[in-house]
Design a protein around this ligand. Sequence first.
Ligand code: ADP
Length: 576
Amino acid sequence: MPQRDDSPRLLTPPRLVALALAAAALAAGALIHQAAFRFFQEEARAELRDRAALYRLTLVAAIERHQHLPGLLADDPMVIAALYGVQRDALNTRLAGIADSSGVEAVYVMDTSGLTIAASNFDREPSFLGENYAFRPYFRNAMLGRPADFFGIGATTTRPGYFLADPVRNRDDAVIGVTVAKLDLSPLAAAWRETGERVFVANADGVIVLASDPSLAWRTLRPIQPVRRAEIEAERQFIGQPLDPLDWRMDGPGLAELGGAPALHVGLPLGRRGWTLHLLGERGQASERAWTVVIAVAVVAALMAALGFYLKSERTRRALVESQTQRRELEALNRELTQTRTELDRKSRLATLGRLAASVTHELGQPLSAMRNYLAAAEMSAEASGGNGPFGSQLTGQIGRILDRMEGITRQLRFFVKPKGEPHAPVDLVPVVRDVLALLDHDLRDGEVTLRLDLPDGPVTVPGNRLQLEQVLINLVRNAIDAMEDEPRREIAVSLAASGGAAVLTVADTGHGLRGQSVETLQEPFHTTRASGDGMGLGLAISGDIVHDHGGRLDAADAPGGGAVFTVTLPLEASP
Ligand code: ADP
């Protein structure tokens, strides 16, 4: 037996589609987040770079502002004189004035042994005067005949400073001393701290020499090798500082970790002494912004999907409406076409009939009138012979009736020969109905028919040909009488009314009814259900033709209580 699985299926196709869509949306979200994150991080980094450049500029400007001060001093005759032992006191005062006006911490002059022979802070505690700084690299380098600079913690003041030095030469171009300016960079660090940013400067050894956060000063970004450490100690660059490594890590390009906290990072070389300026930025902001973008994109996508769905359903709805309209239009067109074709068929049949009728009436006309003459002659001779001649009055009577009928047929046929389009004039149908019924009074009596008449009080006027309209009603009433021949109850109800811009004339009888024949069939020329010789099948054809010519309609239906109802609808005469 085949196994039947009645457990509900979890992964139905619609669910699979939904799952796939959800997965795709998640993947898209992740991709967008990644791209947006990269973008914002790059943007934040670019911004960080700009700010770092600004910090670098302030630092470089703070140093270079005083770059030429030692050189100017070195050319000063007073400095040279002092180095030769002349007017040292006067130079001290002069240096104090220069330090004051230029805004440097101190300016001083050293002799070739490294001894400070004049200093701007000669009268302060502690003073550089009398101190020997031969251990400082700036002194050694200047003594080699070139400008030098150095950064270190003051050996005397324990205040950090940037030292700019220049050799002093005599007329023989021999170096006879060194002029030095010590710059205090702490106001700059204080200004950086004010900005609230994490900015610091590390020297070539990785020692932080300047920082917005004071706790970072004298820490190192990387361990210092013992040989180098010994050198630094000899130069007394960072007196009393252990130079402990910082919890610092560079995480690939643009990223760093300080104290375990990840941060955006920009490091700019200062172009001086191998210094690098480091600026740290928020790393989380880019991620936050990226999430904002993902959410915004999701919202926009949802809105667009909703809009798309709405537009599509709107389009579908419109297309549906359109197709329905088109279908209705097509159906209407089709009906019109069928109608036109039926009409054309009818017209062509009537045209054929017209030609036939013309030839028949022409061919029969002559013999029929001849026969009429012979008959008259025979009747006269019969009268003369007292009814005993070869033509008895019985015979002439029979022949007369046959002639009547034949003439009746040709009369009917002549209708189709007659050119149509006789002028239409306003015709009040009320007197038309009265006259026709008066005309047929004899036939109605003969057929023992009860007539019921329902006429309006006022006139019902249509544009038309009165004789033709009479002909229609005559045909309908005659047919009704014929249809009731074998019926026990014989009633004809004729009614006329104006309703909805049309004149409506009905002829109802209690006869055998339409017996399933359509009104179109009944209007076919020569269609008849009556015994041969009794009917030609032209009455309704003629009536239909006349009604059509009047822009109207001839309808027929079985009456609810038995019998048939024929309805003629004609457009009313437009009121003047
Ligand atoms: P005819 O009367 O010569 O047969 P018509 O064109 O007047 O020709 O009528 C065609 C056919 O329509 C009739 O033979 C008859 O079958 C049907 N018909 C006409 N009028 C009625 C009616 N009032 N009730 C039932 N059938 C009718």
